[in-house]
Design a protein around this ligand. Structure first.
Ligand SMILES: Cc1ncc(COP(=O)(O)O)c(C=O)c1O
Length: 479
């Protein structure tokens, strides 16, 4: 077996020979809890281990491997310099229990990031604590409740959202104890103002929406919507996971939204997906500031400190202050891009999406159920392929893998039959966009048998996803 340079055999031997009493000097683990038998750890040399992990990494697919246009949950370019800076020991070596005099730089960074996000969204204050978009939504709902209850307006127990909402929206609403009121969209794929007016009442706590919505369509009537909700005494919550469509162009704060969350993992340079640490900061208008979670990052006489003094705060939403490394990457990214850079990012994301949409639609092989101009994403329907050849969205997705491409999101939003939801992002070159378009067009013309048997050249073929969920076989053994 190869030994690495840091393998300190004498020390390990010495530790192995310690008696139980001596071990207890090092820790307080009771003997009854200590392992009785030696653990079975596979003995492998370095080459085998490197090959094992290298092979696993080759079986993976990420944005560094190719285009990853998962609508709503897409992966985009995250500059490597952001990763590098977040791995600087001066940042990762800090500890949340360190005296605040020793982490002034970290606090300054968070303080400034809150200001940057406020500027980008048009909100007054931010909390960086939530660890994901859904977590931000949940916090937003708690803020809404605190606001209404503080005004002794206890009747408001309903949250309205549209049938294009991202799945986490109804889940967060329900988790926060609100009653869900879902409204159908118009034929154009936007909020139906007539129906909205009918469901608004003195029970309305909040209207939750994302703009552009999950069809990629911008709500032209957002100012009217916001006036209607405010007139009914409700608040407006903005799901900002789609913020990469409008940065530098429009701000939810100016549209009338009172609470906003952003997905820093996605829009602001942390790889999205894979379940890694994320960040879903929540911004609010002035009237909601006092309910934000504690501690707040504050500044006095050029000193930053953690302010726990907020009697109306909803309390804590996460241990410590949020996922600092994600905040660090967002700070780096926003500083790198600047105002103009962020604006250009959104412009290219929108251009790429409309370019793809137009070329695919021209082929007449896929339908576009809602015709309006798109922002960052669009949703196709494979219904025609299903009727004519029994080819479903799932089959197209699997076949794309054979072309070495990551499939788009499928079967969402639910109002599109056999949906393929594509968000190319600003990251891709024209060549990559064309390659993806060609693949979709080719697949639609292929023999149905070939498509039904896909994927054929991936390490795992079609799996029984329902079976795997209902009867998971989980193992930690690698040999
Ligand atoms: C529109 C929208 N809302 C909410 C979310 C939830 O974010 P998260 O997965 O971080 O909880 C997503 C996820 O990408 C999203 O696309």
């Amino acid at each position: 077996m190869y030994k690495s340079a840091s393998y300190d055999e004498p020390l390990l031997n010495k530790l192995a020979q310690l008696s139980d009493e001596e071990c207890d000097l090092f820790n307080d683990i009771p003997n009854s809890l200590k392992r009785k038998k030696k653990i079975k750890i596979p003995h492998l040399d370095e080459t085998q281990i490197v090959r094992h992990f290298h092979k696993l990494s080759q079986m993976n697919y990420g944005i560094d491997s190719g285009m990853y246009p998962l609508g709503s949950c897409t992966m985009k370019y995250n500059p490597k310099i952001c990763e590098e800076i977040s791995s600087w020991s001066k940042f990762y070596g800090t500890h949340p229990y360190q005296d605040i005099s020793l982490v002034q730089g970290n606090l300054k960074l968070m303080f400034e990031l809150e200001r940057m996000l406020s500027e980008i969204t048009g909100m007054d204050f931010f909390s960086l604590q939530p660890a994901a978009g859904a977590h931000g939504e949940f916090l937003g709902m708690l803020l809404s409740r605190a606001y209404h209850e503080n005004r002794k307006d206890f009747k408001r127990n309903e949250v309205i959202l549209s049938d294009t909402s991202h799945g986490t929206n109804p889940a967060s609403v329900t988790m926060a104890g609100y009653k869900l009121v879902e409204i159908p969209s118009t034929k154009e794929g936007t909020v139906d103002l007539k129906i909205l007016q009918q469901v608004l009442s003195d029970k309305t706590a909040c209207f939750m929406h994302t703009n552009p919505n999950t069809l990629g369509i911008f709500e032209d009537e957002i100012l009217e919507i916001s006036e209607m909700v405010h007139n009914a005494g409700g608040l407006l919550y903005y799901d900002g996971a789609n913020m990469n469509a409008i940065m530098g162009k429009a701000r939810p704060g100016d549209m009338g939204f009172d609470i906003v969350h952003l997905n820093l993992h996605k829009t602001f340079s942390t790889p999205h997906g894979g379940g890694g640490p994320g960040s879903g900061p929540v911004g609010v208008k002035m009237k909601l500031e006092k309910y934000l979670p504690i501690p707040r990052i504050s500044k006095e006489d050029n000193e930053y400190y953690l302010d726990y003094n907020a009697k109306d705060s909803i309390g804590k939403i996460k241990g410590f202050y949020g996922n600092f490394s994600v905040l660090l990457k967002a700070y780096t990214y926003i500083s790198l891009m600047g105002k103009e850079g962020l604006k250009e990012t959104s412009e290219i994301a929108v251009l790429n999406s409309n370019y793809m949409k137009e070329k695919i639609i021209k082929s007449k092989l896929y339908d576009l159920p809602f015709k309006k101009l798109r922002k960052h994403e669009f949703v196709l329907s494979c219904e025609k392929l299903k009727q004519e050849k029994n080819i479903r969205a799932m089959d197209i997705a699997k076949r794309l893998m054979d072309y070495g491409l990551h499939p788009p999101t499928i079967y969402f939003p639910l109002i599109v039959k056999e949906a393929l939801m594509i968000e190319p992002t600003e990251s891709e070159s024209k060549k990559d966009l064309d390659n993806y378009i060609d693949a979709l067009i080719n697949i639609a013309k292929e023999n149905p048998e070939t498509i039904k048997n896909a994927p054929t050249n991936t390490s795992i073929k079609r799996v029984d996803e329902v079976g795997a969920t209902k009867n998971p076989i989980l193992t930690w053994n690698m040999i």
